[in-house]
Design a protein around this ligand. Structure first.
Ligand code: CP
Length: 337
């Protein structure tokens, strides 16, 4: 694809070569993300950051990524702090905000809303999550993490065995990741969820058409026994009509160290897009996994900066200039990764 000037709205935009290009650029961002070098390549550029739903990782890592490239961030959080609360349309908001920004990252609770916004924007827009639809930069960082975690074992993404666990109906991260996996060969995917929270049928069909072997299950222990990756997800309680309904499923599939030891292969990588729900009645990934070296969740979150830096560098067409505008840092820096 042509990255320069493009919106990033869905993983459907990518061919396998595009994903590999993003990962190659992400690798080049490591000295900057690790604070060994700084670059001013985007000096003067402005990221408009518009998050109409709660976010810790996506919002802050988009902002950090832009700052690490030398750019500035202007942000709004929540509807109540914008004129949308006074009835302004997404169209008008997009026309105005795109006059103040060089690129925009946006999260919104309604499916398709970021695409609607992008259609009116005069600058590229990156989808930071639109309802339960898509979260393309998360899928990219998830796949980048999978690649990084298994590289030391001499494996690639092709032929991997992956279990996705939890709320597969409303979880946009797994929707985007499943679509992205369709670009790779001979994968086996086990989808573990309560029957009511199964992966949407059209995504399962898409995976099968792409040649992936897909099995659906409601049994955690048997499903994680022979996989390379366990990708756990939170019950997306904000997408349910009542709290009582969400509570029916919370804590249904808990992974802890004992279950891991007894059922997983020794090097199975544990992932989660985060936030994990650490309340007593949830614990989809128990705190007793925190010292497990195969728990990749914080490396996964770190990788969000690399991948989002890569997206900005590609969209704003400065990949080949990043190192020209760089120097070593002049402050004490602890190794971040
Ligand atoms: N993974 C993710 O989207 O996290 P946030 O909701 O904190 O952005």
């Amino acid at each position: 694809m042509q990255f320069a000037g493009s919106h990033i709205l869905s993983v459907h935009q990518f061919e396998r070569a595009d994903v590999e290009r993003i990962f190659t650029v992400a690798d080049r961002m490591e000295p900057y993300a690790q604070r060994r070098r700084i670059t001013r390549v985007l000096e003067g550029a402005i990221l408009g950051s518009m998050f109409f739903e709660p976010s810790t990782r996506t919002r802050v890592s988009f902002g950090s990524a832009f700052n690490l490239l030398g750019g500035e961030v202007r942000e709004t959080t929540g509807f109540e702090s914008t004129a949308i609360a006074k009835g302004e349309s997404l169209y008008d908001t997009a026309r105005v905000l795109s006059g103040y920004s060089d690129v925009i990252a946006m999260r919104h609770p309604a499916e398709g809303s970021v695409g609607e916004f992008a259609a009116a924007s005069r600058v590229p827009v990156i989808n930071g999550g639109d309802g339960s639809n898509e979260h393309p930069s998360q899928a990219l960082l998830d796949l980048y993490t999978i690649k990084s975690e298994i590289a030391g074992r001499g494996r690639g993404i092709d032929q991997l065995r992956i279990a996705m666990v939890g709320d597969l109906r409303y979880g946009r991260t797994v929707h985007s990741l499943c679509k992205l996996l369709c670009l790779f060969d001979q994968l086996q995917v086990v989808l573990v969820s309560p029957g009511e929270l199964r992966m949407p049928g059209e995504i399962v069909e898409q995976m099968r058409r792409a040649g992936l072997e897909v099995v659906e299950s409601e049994q955690l222990e048997a499903s994680i026994a022979h996989v390379d990756i366990v990708y756990s997800t939170r019950i997306q309680e904000e997408r349910f009509s009542t709290q009582e309904e969400a509570d029916l499923y919370r804590g249904r599939f808990r992974l802890n160290q004992s279950i891991y030891t007894h059922h997983c292969e020794p090097n199975t990588v544990i992932m989660h897009p985060l936030p994990r729900d650490s309340r007593d009645n949830a614990q989809e990934l128990d705190d007793d996994l925190n010292d497990n070296p195969n728990l990749a969740i914080f490396r996964q979150a770190d990788n969000g900066v690399l991948v989002r830096m890569a997206l900005f560098a590609l969209i704003l067409d400065v990949v080949d200039q990043v190192d020209q505008h760089a120097r070593d840092v002049n402050w004490y820096t602890a190794r971040r990764f």
